[in-house]
Structures are given as C-alpha cells and as structure tokens.
Design a protein around this ligand. Structure first.
Ligand SMILES: C[S@@+](CC[C@H](N)C(=O)[O-])C[C@H]1O[C@@H](n2cnc3c(N)ncnc32)[C@H](O)[C@@H]1O
Length: 334
C-alpha cells in the first residue's frame, strides 16, 4: 500500500493528501468518554459479511463502536507483502477521532483513522494506494457525543452556542453556523429551510417567531421560541423544536450534499461482491439511499439485498431509544 503525497503517518498507516489526518483535542478523549451505543450492531456485521482478510471502510467512525466490532473480525498480518484485513475509518469530527483512537488502539495498524468527510471516500481510498475495498458502512447523522454536549450546539435541552457544526470548522467550507441562519437569514428562507429539510408543517409560524425574537442567544433560547410558536405540541412525544434543530443541522453541515456525493462515489470504490451498508434515521436521509440503491440496480452495478428495511427490535429500541428510527439498507456491488 502506497502513501499519497503530502501524507502523514497515522496509526502505522499513511493517509492521503487532500484529507486532513490525525486527531485534534486528543487529550480530551478520556474525559469525553465514548457514550455512543452502536445501532443494529449484529445486523451491520451480518450484512457486511466481513472476511478476515478484507479491506473495509467505516465512513462514519463516531465513537468507534461499529469500527471496533469490524476490526475484531479482521486478521492482522500480510500476504505476499501486501497488507490484509484492514479498516479505514473516517469522520469529519476531530473530537470523534480523538475518542475512537483510544478505543481502537488495541488493533494497531489494522485500523486507520482518517479525518475527512465521506464525500471524499474515493480520494481517501485511492490516496491509500487501494483500487477498491470489500465493504463500506455509513451510520448517518450525529453521535450521542455530539448531541449530548451542549457546547457543540445540537442540544435543545441545555443552553449552548448556536453552532451545530460536526467538524468544528476545521475545513475552509465549514464556516456556516446555526447562529448565522437563525439570526441573519430572511424569514422566508428560514421557513423554506424548515419545511424542505425537516418537513416542519409549522415552518412559517416558527420562522416568524424566530425573526421577531432576534437576536436568539443560544440553543435553549431557540428551543423556547420554537415551542412558543408551535400549535398544540403538548400531546406529541417529540420535543417541539426537534424538526427545527434537525433542519438547521442538515443545512449547517451540508448533509444532503455530503450524502449525495457519498452515494454517487461509493459504488466505484467497491470490489465486485463488496457490500454496502447504510443506516439512516429520518426520511430525508433514507429516501436518497433507497433511490441510489434502486438506480444502481437498474444500471446493473448494484444488487439490493434488503428488499425490506431492517429495523431494530423492541429490545434494542428499549435499551437504546436513539435506535428507534434507524433503518438499515444493504446492497452488493455486482
Ligand atoms: C451516528 S454517528 C456514528 C456512530 C458510530 N457508528 C459508532 O458506533 O460509534 C455518525 C458520525 O458520523 C459523522 N459524520 C456525519 N456526517 C459525516 C460526513 N459527511 N463525513 C464524515 N463523517 C460524518 C459524525 O461526525 C458522527 O461522528
């Protein structure tokens, strides 16, 4: 395996130019802990059909729960001089890489962590001197570590800055924050965003209330303003600001553009027979995945293996409420 130009050594592997590598704020890994529970873990492993000598990509490392389970099934060592049984794990969040690095240390050079968005999956794989890989996993959305830390700005339960960037702004294109949208966007654009990204039916009313309440100070203030604007939310299970926060998060992180690139580029990075597993948590994510798989099948490049989506059983949903909306889809490269 060759290293790309401008690469740096990480966990015994070289990583690529164009994808920033390494972890920031590593010292905080222990302090932050790894509280994210991997969703549909047994099913992910089953559908990925891991071969001990295969090469896999976990496109959404998070706390490394799925990555650790994949790495455990890989054999270390070399065959005819080339490395086998390897996992390349990506995340755009440096804090996640710091946490996962601690957790995955025991696997040594079997696991490589790359700080990159998954839209760059093809560049990362190519930059490592690999033609293709044997399986790709994406567990979309945000992790519990991101959601539960008020200072990241995703939480509507506690006051935090209106940020919501997964990447903490390391990349030049990651400058948009929730603060900018909430306090500066015109009312109509804000309402359109809420409706388009989260199907928020009270979008106009909420946008009007936000504009009236400007400047919005923090996430708790935003949640109160949205709750005040919603009609009859008392009977609903979801917090009234759930959809507003989801729409903002999607826009700030350009999640749909990222997903579109990932869906477009991944098939070319898979060996034939390679498996592609995607976990989604809401319809705005799930629809493009379903469409991409179906179009891949029509074009003769993919075979959809999950005719019906796989969802967590009652036991998992009870033990991990964040798994409730999860849907697993799997396709195989033809
Ligand atoms: C649901 S968590 C993954 C949890 C992980 N499977 C585990 O078991 O701990 C999603 C992770 O994907 C990352 N992520 C989201 N969008 C991304 C993107 N476009 N590129 C790279 N990472 C992304 C987030 O920063 C977050 O850490």
């Amino acid at each position: 395996m060759r290293a790309g130009r401008g690469s740096k050594l990480v966990s015994g592997w070289r990583a690529v130019a164009g994808a920033k590598v390494g972890v920031g704020r590593q010292g905080r890994a222990k302090e932050l802990g790894a509280p994210h529970t991997p969703v549909l873990l047994a099913e992910v492993l089953e559908w990925l059909r891991i071969r001990p000598d295969g090469i896999y990509v976990d496109a959404t490392l998070g706390a490394g729960g799925h990555s650790a389970a994949i790495a455990e099934r890989l054999s270390p060592g070399t065959i005819s001089g080339s490395l086998t049984g390897r996992l390349i794990s990506l995340d755009r969040d440096a804090q996640a890489l710091g946490i996962a690095r601690e957790r995955l240390k025991e696997f040594g050079s079997r696991v490589m962590l790359v700080h990159a968005p998954f839209s760059k999956i093809a560049e990362v794989v190519r930059g490592l001197g690999l033609a293709r890989v044997d399986g790709v996993l994406a567990d979309l959305g945000v992790s519990s570590m991101q959601l539960d830390r008020p200072e990241r700005g995703f939480s509507f339960r506690e006051a935090g800055p209106l940020d919501m960037r997964m990447s903490s702004g390391e990349a030049a294109e990651d400058t948009l924050t929730a603060e900018e949208i909430v306090n500066r966007w015109p009312e109509k654009e804000l309402a359109d965003l809420l409706y388009r990204e989260a199907e928020e039916h009270d979008s106009r009313r909420i946008a009007r209330s936000i504009v009236k309440a400007r400047p919005i100070r923090d996430t708790a203030h935003l949640a109160t303003v949205v709750a005040g604007a919603r009609k009859q939310w008392g009977r609903q299970k979801l917090h009234p600001a759930t959809k507003t926060f989801l729409a903002l998060r999607i826009a700030v992180n350009r999640e749909m553009e990222e997903l579109g690139q990932f869906l477009y580029r991944t098939p070319a990075t898979l060996n034939s027979g390679g498996r592609w597993v995607v976990l989604t948590y809401h319809s705005r994510e799930d629809r493009p995945v379903k469409r991409a798989f179906r179009e891949g099948e029509k074009a003769g490049t993919l075979k959809v293996l999950t005719r019906h989506v796989i969802v967590p059983g009652e036991e998992e949903q009870e033990a991990n409420p964040r798994s409730r909306s999860a849907k697993l889809r799997c396709a195989e490269k033809v």
